[in-house]
Design a protein around this ligand. Sequence first.
Ligand code: ZN
Length: 466
Amino acid sequence: MTALWLTVLLAFHTVRVPSIQIQGQPYVAPPKLAQAFGWKSSSSQVYQTPNGAVAFQEDQVKVQGKPIVVRSALHQGKRYYHAEDLETVLDRVTGKRVYWDRERSRYILSRYPPSIKSVKISGNKEGIQVEIQHNADLHPTVQSLESQAVRVEIDRGFYKGGHRIPAEGVLSGGEIYHTAKGFRMILRFDQPVEFEVRRQKTRFRVTFRPVPVASKKSSPQSPQPKWEKSQDRTLVIVIDPGHGGKDPGAIGRYGTREKTINLAVAKRLKRILEKDLHARVILTRDRDKFVPLRERAEIANRAGADLFISLHCNYERRRRAQGAETYFLSAARTKWERAVQNLENGALKYELGPELDTTDLLKFILSDMAQAQFLKESQSLAVSIQDHLATALKLKNRGVKQAGFYVLLGAYMPSVLVEMGFISHPSEEKRLRQGWYQEKIAKGIAKGIEAFLRNRDRAWVPTLGG
Ligand SMILES: [Zn+2]
């Protein structure tokens, strides 16, 4: 497993190159570039690389004699080259996919094909349509900037293609670049626009239309869109009933097994979400069966799930604590969070043997995690579920907590782990066994999910013309 994660981390590496800004664009000097990549200078402006000679000329760079057009500019008597135009040069020299990171003044070198396949922009004065084909685990978003501009963000998205977007219709231009987080596209319009988003598993389409001036003044406030309307595909939610099969989870005083309660609530939650949210709901297990932790997040990734909810029951040795708490993935901060983390990661002993200490491994993975982008959303999902659950159960709200749960690692979507109650507390154990109480829990969680979706969608409403 360590080897697997190392492979993932080694798939990317970075090379820092000092850069300067010329008219808001990043430029680098050939000597600095050569130094960073370890090329030898054979004569002025010509460098020897393991893959042949690179010769810098005024508006082009020749790699093994083949010219590539590159913008350049003079600054204090020295010639600088556009850092992003040089990506093509570096692709050839390194044999990797190379992306300039505007935030950190470095090149990101990837062994993978770009995660964004195409970016198409078309339209006229009536409107502009942008269509992006991408890998299923990416989640593009659109944000309105000031002064008639928007930014499309695709974290972990990498794109090989032009950086400059020409004017077209209401579009007055734009650009594509990368940051430490991934793909960014700025679009500038010659008048205020509103936009509409359609997303499918691997296709993202956004249509920009000029805001009608008359209706802008007459409508005091446009109605809040329901989250259902902004998506033209079905919402997919994966519910993960914790433990199962040879792994019983925690066991109560009266012999109740956590795995049984988790599954019972999961089935109820599935039914409610299908009925109330018209969601497609997938269970990581629908019977008493062992499913490795890694596979649970994989099921969600494969399904292109929007949300991942792992259900568990808590355990405390003194048998006094009761109530629900909801976790999102992060480093455990308190002793209690760490205890719950160890309890839930305990299932790993069925996969890896009893002596593995997962704490350091988790820390290592968390420090460099692609999932960081879902952190904010996971946290708000956790808050929403916890609030609604506490209200539904009329128990002391134990609050939202954070810990490094192995089951949530590698899930590329907002994901939380709900500890529905304490199986160690004798009267809570009894309640957890009963259908009416399981239904209450399921309803509370469903309400929390619905509220989260509604709020998230509200944040997407464009501010232009509003
Ligand atoms: Zn558990």
